[in-house]
Design a protein around this ligand. Structure first.
Ligand code: BYC
Length: 471
């Protein structure tokens, strides 16, 4: 089914047949547009950007590419096609037909999950809003805006669910999505990682690699939901999410590649002299973004998560491919904990450990990209390996938030942490240095000195294509 872009709100949910819902969403729309113009990408109003827009939700050929004036981007509501006879696949209702409406007894929990998910989407746009002013190339500027418009669309996806299925309190929650702001002292975003700054492009690439990947795992778990509209909307969001992680993986890879070129050319590790970002600094940024992102999986042992699972609201990653009873009443799962001065793994109820299991899936996935980055370094003949820090390092949520560790996971005193932390996390000087490199490069085909050009362009276009036109 292709999507009609003549409608005020493009959609594949037959909005025209539900006038009340359509009116409610059309009432929310101007507030969204105002939010975008105030807190979306700075000074982007006159730019024509080579963006992809969803024109269908079928697996092949769902996206259309073309130059779009930024404020005219059409945010729509798209659900993946319904699966015939879809069933509840886990928890106490396993085997029942999937729900098309919210069960009254789970309303509060479902609403909370949808609001938490929705809140992250505009938050990331707010975090990234000034980056366009210092883009390293038109290619990167276009990728930033692509990520931003799709995060905006993901907010629409959650707002649709709130409006369509939660009545008046759903509409109030949708309003509040535009009232909370990243880093706001009075009304911050819900999850901590979304109140951090994304002040420079190295942070942006790390964020899209590590934090958007949390999005992938959370959306995949919500795609298992017995509440079918949530499942279908998350399935389509995942299609878009893949590009965001690609931007992160290749972005960090290109920064590493440029550092390696400079190291080889000048026979030194200290590429700052030549305007590059040294591998030690890249490792510190990695440590920061990984540790902040694994906080997003919640507590290691969580009764909230166990309840969501038992109720059938939020499953495990690829739930139906797991070979067990999908009830988890008597199963165990190894969970990291502190014993004496060591971190050990101890068996816990698998039901209360579903957050931790998802974190494990995520950590394995993170490692794959880091392996690719290390391959770039090894191919340059350089003896250096980037590593993912231990899960206990620099944590703000869960039991490790009570201790201090080295990146290897050795417990240390507060005094030792204070003495060493500048070696492990970006310090003021590192951040100032990276910031000093951030200057806009807007000539087609030109790339900032600290980053290598991409291996190829977007949608078969050349790397020197005019991805953004300024009017
Ligand atoms: N920050 O039992 P626990 C994305 C709270 S990213 C602050 O472990 P639960 C994207 C928690 O609320 C994906 N507070 O909690 C990426 C609870 O509070 P109460 C976003 C936190 O609920 C890039 C208490 O601590 N989607 O899409 O099992 C760009 C106990 O914790 C945090 C979702 O997150 C935290 N990090 O787990 C754009 C999916 N962690 O009850 C977009 C929906 C925990 O004591 N959310 N707390 O008041 C969830 O499934 C769950 O809310 C969480 C937390 C997994 C996040």
């Amino acid at each position: 089914m292709s999507i009609d872009y003549q409608e005020k709100i493009p959609n594949n949910v037959n909005l025209a047949e539900d006038r009340r819902l359509q009116r409610a969403l059309e009432k929310w729309q101007p507030g969204y547009q105002q939010w975008w113009s105030e807190l979306g990408p700075t000074d982007s109003h006159n730019m024509d950007v080579y963006l992809r827009t969803a024109i269908s939700v079928e697996a092949g050929g769902w996206a259309n590419y073309g130059h779009v004036k930024m404020p005219d981007y059409r945010w729509g509501i798209f659900l993946a096609p319904a699966e015939e006879d879809r069933k509840v696949n886990f928890g106490t209702h396993k085997g029942d037909a999937a729900w098309q409406e919210v069960p009254g007894e789970y309303r509060a929990e479902l609403r909370r999950l949808i609001v938490t998910q929705g809140d992250t989407e505009p938050a990331s746009v707010e975090q990234q809003r000034h980056l366009g002013l210092t883009c390293p190339s038109l290619y990167d500027l276009r990728n930033l805006f692509q990520v931003n418009v799709e995060e905006g669309r993901h907010l629409w996806a959650m707002v649709y669910l709130l409006h369509a299925h939660f009545g008046r309190d759903g509409r109030e929650e949708a309003e509040e999505m535009l009232e909370r702001h990243s880093g706001d002292a009075d009304k911050p975003r819900i999850l901590e990682a979304f109140n951090e700054d994304t002040p420079d492009w190295l942070s942006f690439f790390m964020f899209t690699y590590f934090t958007d990947r949390d999005g992938k795992y959370q959306l995949a778990s919500l795609a298992e939901s017995s509440f079918d509209p949530l499942s279908r909307t998350c399935r389509f969001m995942l299609t878009e999410e893949a590009h965001h992680m690609f931007v992160g993986e290749t972005g960090v890879g290109r920064v590493i590649q440029r550092a390696c070129e400079m190291m080889v050319e000048h026979k030194t590790d200290d590429v700052r002299k030549y305007g590059g970002i040294d591998l030690v600094t890249i490792q510190k940024y990695l440590n920061f973004h990984f540790s902040v992102s694994i906080d997003l999986f919640g507590q290691e042992v969580s009764t909230n998560a166990a309840n969501y699972f038992t109720m059938g609201l939020k499953g495990r990653f690829q739930e139906t491919r797991i070979d067990d009873d999908h009830l988890l009443k008597d199963d165990a799962y190894p969970v990291a904990e502190i014993k004496g001065d060591e971190i050990i793994f101890a068996e816990q109820s698998a039901l209360t450990a579903v957050n931790e299991r998802l974190r494990d899936d995520y950590i394995r996935d993170c490692q794959r990209g880091v392996d690719k980055w290390n391959k770039i370094i090894a191919e340059a003949g350089i003896d250096f390996e980037l590593t993912i820090p231990n899960r206990a390092f620099h944590r703000g949520i869960g039991k490790f938030s009570a201790v201090k560790t080295t990146p290897d996971g050795n417990l240390i005193s507060d005094a030792e942490w204070e003495a060493q932390k500048n070696k492990w996390l970006p310090n003021e000087e590192d951040r100032q240095y990276v910031t000093s490199l951030m200057e806009a490069v807007t000539e087609p085909g030109k790339y900032a000195n600290w980053i290598a050009p991409p291996a190829k362009g977007i949608n078969g276009q050349a790397v020197n294509f005019e991805y953004v036109r300024f009017n």
